[in-house]
Design a protein around this ligand. Structure first.
Ligand SMILES: *Cc1c(COP(=O)(O)O)cnc(C)c1O
Length: 523
């Protein structure tokens, strides 16, 4: 976050402790020191030339504004430069390697964008009558067909807007099924492995369930005996991620599915890691009752900075009747949306969001599927797993791999290789930024100490991976040589350096206010 106390002055790049050469302007080469838009320009300057208006009939009843609105006074070129420079401060998958574990930051093929921009799709309005959007409804239906095919499941709810929203959808379907069975009061407990993504226990709790944590084995998988011991007739279900957040396949998954079903519960699978198994494993064959897919991860929609996303949920025979409205149906007369519970022949638990889902993400996901074909999708997941294992094999002699076995699409290290160096996982990640790499996921999952979770995806070349490996090996050598100071100072090449991330999250300064003129205030 920008240090607002600096007022209108250009803050030197890097703040106070700069170790590299300082410049007068604060900018360095193409790395511009960019103040807030409110700190630039002057009152009254404007980029447009509008005629004065005469307010003849003031109907605001004396509430008319007396002061200036306080908008920044800037010319058009100043505005263009400001936002262009800000856009250049973004690190994205289009600028470099982004090995953030659990996020599947893969290349978004440009054909997706081309299709999403076709006028017949890009200019749609969600309020158009069904008869005028037959092609769009067919697209949703076709995507649903391929999702069901890839997952080996009979039904899919398309409307959820992200992974966590899909979890909510799935757990609400489970709740509706349990209530329908007359067990709404008694089946209140949901089992969640301790390595779960934070959204899993949060979702279960939001649906009114109590969360019961299942411990992991020393091999980073669900402790099957501990899981079995927790089963009972108060259990609504289990929420399990497979491959799990340690990047490992849950080998006991079929036994887990059988056991939860025998106990009368349902099996929710978090499918955010589908990139590891797409085209190779069908969740329906594993006994899963519902699973969300993160279309924005596995099927390539760019999703940095919080959106957009789509989290369709595949459903088993048992849960399909409870899928929320709206959904697409078709008959001889074409496609239509079933919008209201009263119009449904099933038992929808309700509606999750306005409109029908994230159309832009649907288009990209279908373009990704069609351009890859079934062989291409299988190749993608195979390469994603190969790339993660390449990193593991090339780094495991210098960094401490947490679980000594083949991994799936991501590889987990802990911080024991940094023991006695004085360098922490955080310091190590900051030094990676100076090297032009986005850091991996840090301190997650919580089951290992100081976690470093890397997910290269299938889209990285061997050259990129080799440079990354060389960089991490070099940084490790530096850490082992006793140069902790170097890491404590990193990053030095960024516009801002170590930020107080806790304060920024807990006490965000969302409003700019004019810096106080101390001399004036003293008078
Ligand atoms: C990303 C992710 C989620 C949440 O998905 P969103 O689309 O960010 O809501 C849930 N579980 C796992 C394992 C994930 O990686």
């Amino acid at each position: 976050m920008a240090d607002l106390s600096q007022g209108r002055t250009n803050v030197p790049v890097g703040g106070s402790q700069v170790t590299t050469a300082q410049t007068i302007s604060g900018s360095k080469g193409l790395n511009f020191a960019e103040p807030l838009i409110f700190e630039m320009g002057e009152d009254g300057r404007t980029g447009v030339d509008l005629p004065d208006i005469e307010v003849s009939n003031d109907r605001l009843g004396g509430m008319r504004r007396k002061d200036m609105v306080g908008l920044p006074g800037l010319s058009e070129p100043q505005v263009v430069r400001h936002y262009t420079r800000l856009s250049q401060k973004n690190y994205g998958i289009d600028s470099g390697f982004y090995p953030l574990g659990s996020c599947t930051m893969k290349h978004n093929p440009r054909v997706n964008e081309k299709v999403a921009r076709l006028a017949g799709l890009g200019d749609l309005h969600p309020m158009q009558p069904d008869s005028s959007v037959q092609g769009a409804l067919e697209l949703i239906d076709t995507l649903a067909h391929w999702i069901k095919t890839l997952c080996g499941m009979p039904a899919v709810a398309m409307s959820p807007a992200a992974g966590a929203h899909g979890e909510l959808c799935g757990m609400m379907a489970i709740k509706a099924a349990i209530v329908d069975r007359g067990e709404g009061q008694t089946r209140t407990r949901v089992l969640v492995p301790e390595s779960a993504h934070g959204t899993n226990p949060a979702t279960a709790a939001a649906c009114g369930f109590t969360v019961d944590s299942i411990p992991a084995t020393a091999q980073g998988r669900v402790d099957f005996d501990a899981f079995k011991a927790k089963l009972g007739d108060d259990v609504a279900g289990i929420m399990l991620t497979n491959p799990n957040t340690c990047g490992l396949f849950e080998n006991d998954i079929i036994e887990i599915a059988d056991a939860i079903h025998d106990a009368g519960g349902y099996f929710y699978c978090d499918g955010a890691n589908f990139n590891a198994i797409m085209g190779r494993v069908r969740p329906g064959d594993l006994g899963i009752d519902c699973m969300h897919l993160n279309l924005h991860k596995t099927f390539s929609t760019p999703h940095g900075g919080g959106g957009p996303g789509a989290g369709p949920v595949v459903l088993s025979e048992a849960l399909a009747p409870y899928a929320p409205v709206p959904y697409v149906v078709h008959d001889a007369n074409g496609f239509k949306m079933v919008e209201h519970e009263a119009d449904s022949e099933a038992k929808p638990f309700g509606r999750l969001k306005g409109y029908h889902g994230q159309m832009g993400v649907f288009i990209r996901a279908l373009a990704f599927m069609m351009s890859h074909g079934s062989d291409g999708l299988r190749q993608a997941s195979t390469d994603a797993v190969l790339n993660a294992n390449y990193l593991r094999a090339k780094l495991q002699d210098v960094m401490s791999v947490s679980f000594d076995s083949m991994c799936m699409h991501e590889v987990l290290f802990d911080d024991s290789f940094l023991k006695d160096t004085g360098v922490t996982t955080l310091d190590f990640a900051k030094a990676m930024i100076d090297e032009g790499f986005h850091p991996m996921t840090m301190y997650f999952p919580l089951v290992v100490h100081g976690a470093l979770l890397m997910e290269p995806t299938e889209s990285e070349s061997k050259e990129t991976l080799d440079l990354y490996i060389k960089t991490l090996r070099g940084l490790n050598q530096r850490a082992q040589s006793g140069d902790a100071e170097f890491f404590k100072n990193a990053p030095v090449h960024t516009p801002r350096r170590r930020l107080d991330e806790t304060a920024a999250a807990r006490k965000p300064m969302l409003r700019w206010s004019e810096p106080v003129d101390l001399a004036k205030a003293a008078q």
